[in-house]
Design a protein around this ligand. Structure first.
Ligand code: ZN
Length: 174
């Protein structure tokens, strides 16, 4: 396993709709394991393949590890290939951040409960009924596959200010 670099806006991979995975090759399994390691190291609670510059439909989440008691910490990454949200229920608002959108947080209203279907790394069908933070993380990562980031949920004003800041960070001025 190896750490991968997490790309940040305005990287092209974050603005590219991820492609369906037709065959789960060894490369894809290795990528998934690298993504998990990268997520734990960041630390983060989820990562989409777009964030490591591979726009394919693969996500990993683990919302327990970061907040678990140090003595009981156990890595339990959930990998989903070709995830699809097949059911949503309720609504709630929560402030989100993103490893690919540094120094930015925004309140996002999303369904509270979701059912996500896809396949695991062995190609077996997978269905997850999620609530709370897990539901949130899954939706956030699936957004990445659709080339959507938290910036897209911000007001036009905040979005423009952030883009200006990005241009400055890139040394291109205004
Ligand atoms: Zn993100």
């Amino acid at each position: 396993m190896a750490l991968r670099s997490v790309v940040v806006l305005p990287h092209r991979a974050l603005m590219t709709r991820a492609e369906e995975i037709a065959n789960i090759t060894e490369d894809i399994v290795a990528l998934a394991e690298d993504m998990a390691e990268t997520m734990y190291r960041a630390p983060g609670i989820g990562l989409a393949a777009n964030q490591v510059a591979k726009p394919i439909r693969l996500i990993v989440v683990d919302v327990q590890y970061g907040s678990a008691d140090p003595k009981e910490k156990k890595k339990q990454p959930i990998f989903v290939i070709n995830p699809v949200i097949t059911l949503t229920e309720g609504e709630c608002t929560f402030e989100e951040g993103c490893l690919s959108v540094p120094d930015f947080r925004v309140e996002i209203r999303r369904p509270k409960i979701v059912r996500v279907e896809g396949v695991d790394l062995d190609g077996s069908p997978l269905a997850i009924e999620a609530d709370g933070l897990l539901a949130r993380a899954l939706q956030h990562e699936i957004d990445h596959l659709e080339a959507t980031t938290i910036l897209d949920y911000a007001s036009v004003l905040r979005r423009n200010l952030y883009r200006k800041k990005l241009r400055k960070m890139a040394g291109r001025g205004d």
